[in-house]
Ligand binder design. Sequence first.
Ligand code: FAD
Length: 637
Amino acid sequence: MQFNLNGFRTGDPDAHAASEQGVRRSSQVELPSQVDVLVVGCGPAGLTLAAQLAAFPEIDTCIVDANPGPLELGRADGIACRSMEMFQAFGFAEKVMRESYWVNETTFWRTQDEPGKGIVRTGRIDDVEPGLSEFPHTILNQARVHEFYLDIMRRSPNRIVPHYGRTLVDLAVDPASSHPVTARFEVVGADGSRQIEVVTARYAVGCDGARSTVRRSLGIPLEGDSANQAWGVMDILAVTDFPDIRLKSVITSADGGTIVLIPREGGYLARIYVEMDKLGKDERVTQRSIAIEDVIAAANRVFHPYVLDVKEIAWWSVYEIGQRMSPRFDDVSEGAAAAQLPHAFIAGDACHTHSPKAGQGMNVSMQDTFNLGWKLAAVLRGISPPELLRSYSDERRDLAKTLIDFDREWAALLSAASKPENAIDPAKVQAYFVEHGHYTAGTATRYKPSVLIGSAEHQHLATGYVVGKRFHSAPVIRLADARPMQLGHVVEADGRWRLFVFAPGGNQEASLAAVGQLCRFLTDTPQSPIVRFARPGADIDALIDVRCVLPFHHRGIEPGSLPDLLLPRKGRLELQDYEKAFCIDPQPDRDIYAMRGIDQERGCLIVVRPDQYVAQVLPFDGVAALTAFFDPIFTRP
Ligand code: FAD
């Protein structure tokens, strides 16, 4: 991480000095009457968004929740590799790595053919395909993830703290107004009195869960089927002779349905999802009065011949979840897309719900608002046109649909496999899990070509950086200080675009000369997107952060020989930034060019979005295409 750019400061580098607004807000109890962005809901979706917006002191963000305080336990716990990559951009992946359980292997169990014998292990596999991400699939309480986000918000310049205990009553949008969204919240006082507080906002985002009031206010339906299946979930401290209690296990039993066992952080806790009763059409799980004893008994039926002796129940719940989604994720109605700009959005469970079997709920919800956050920030800061906001619904709706289809298929396969009459080969269940590992890891997301995603015409120059998919990190050595690191970790959640310049190989002198020529284009010519869109007084990397990878040994290159763009002067003191250039890691099997299929001879340019997705792969000399790509994305100052 970089700090001290604008002068030496002691103390925690993650704690920012308070802005004027931060000082004002920290003593304000009631809701502000007018804000830039109103976020409704402090779940994973709302907090990811608020933490992203917290990076921009010029944006006034307000986040509100009906609960009296932060979530303390329970709910989701699976953190996909892709979410870990996003946490890295927010700066807390290492903390999650330290505290969490790592899902390295998964086992599969099923009922033996001989009656009364109970379950037997049928397979054991890597949970995540080797090399899929530099991060493991981890398990950590959702409430803990919330705390990491709240920490970022609290220490941001605007000192963003949620307003708890306020329930959104309704929300209306008037596009003609400067602050088009009007939201009404109900507050219940200590004496039981009810009061309405009104907030107007330039944009509002409903992250208010499956029964979203924002969605209802906008008249957006949630379509799909209820699975009509009750599930019990419990976080327990137990003693058992089941041998895989510390491995993620999928158990399909002929006698009692399916269990998904997820070992939890800390070494002792385990989460067990148990398939319970089939519900009637339109029946709610609450009507069944299922007790924790029923869930434990059902679990023991599945575990037979093993026994689960529950010593303590940390949390439990019974719920039914269907795979449902909304046809649109913003307030622009179907036929009005060309004429109307969006001002209100829905994200997370508010617009799609999943079964817990595929572990998607929290992960997809966070990725929704990671997609939206930088776009809102760019529009509100006047960097990008408001049309950019249309891409949120388009991109995330397509993705939600793909994931729901996968979730439905996986849930159906597990249920079918638990019934002996279906005679489903356990190898088929295992093969499906392996084949679809990219979905569960969150790395399967691929955005379609659009203003924000270029064509795949030059994909052959970097076969491992698939246009539309996330930028897959790989090891490099930072040139100036010889630090081995992951290249992807330079993409922080700061709203900036990245241009990765992969220099051509061969003759080192010629390669550096080519890099110099490219950098001169980027700094000196009026067509360059860096020059065209530069804001007065801003650092040269404020909009597009250029990083260069050189396919040579770092000891053979003098940092001082780099062009100015790769050694830029920045900040109040015009200090030089030494962290723009990298070399290949000389250790075996760690050459980023080989790992990611970069054309060794010709090199290439890779444009990466602020949310870590590859937007374009271009030839090394593709400066005209680079200019054309950024043209509709940024506004002229
Ligand atoms: P949520 O986390 O639901 O957050 C919505 C927030 O909005 C809440 O804090 C709520 O208080 C607030 N809110 C709602 N209405 C209003 C209003 N009118 N005004 C103000 N605030 C409002 N997923 C799993 O993968 N595994 C699990 O075991 C699991 N268990 C779950 C158990 C329960 C009881 C629930 C509710 C969900 C569970 N989930 C589970 C789902 C997972 O938690 C969600 O997918 C994930 O939290 C979605 O995040 P979100 O931010 O979209 O919404």
